[in-house]
Design a protein around this ligand. Sequence first.
Ligand code: IDP
Ligand code: MG
Length: 141
Amino acid sequence: MTAQRTLILLKPDAVQRGLRGEILRRIEAKGYDIIALAQRTATSEELAAHYAEHEGKPFYPGLVEYMASAPLVALVAEGEGVIPGFRSLAGKTNPTEAAPGSIRGDLAREWDLPVIQNLVHGSDSEESASREIAIWFPELG
Ligand code: IDP
Ligand code: MG
């Protein structure tokens, strides 16, 4: 298998809860290389591009508002199988359903909010990874 790259976001709830170190530790402990990393507040243009597939869904306005509400950390991780590998480390979208041992299963929970707060984003395919890396790190394109 050849090395893949994936785009990971530590979402605003991860930054606000002081979980950057714990999540980065898990990525590094798994053995993936972090080849780019930046903390910033996302622009509405970046979020519109990043979440284009969800436009029109009931949770979309809440999702974009939450993602722009505070700084996030964007990073690119590299390694054989890193796209499905990080999705597996992250766990299911709903933190109540995410398995213990996963980032969302261990560190996140449900709240009575319009959008699911689940700490991390990870690209779901090679096509999404190239598209998303170009949004957050155009210099790697
Ligand atoms: P993923 O992050 O596990 O790939 P997606 O379906 O791509 O999940 O959804 C993007 C993000 O939108 C999720 O991580 C979560 O924050 C939010 N989200 C997804 N589905 C729902 C929902 O049904 N209600 C509220 N928020 C949702
Ligand atoms: Mg997704």
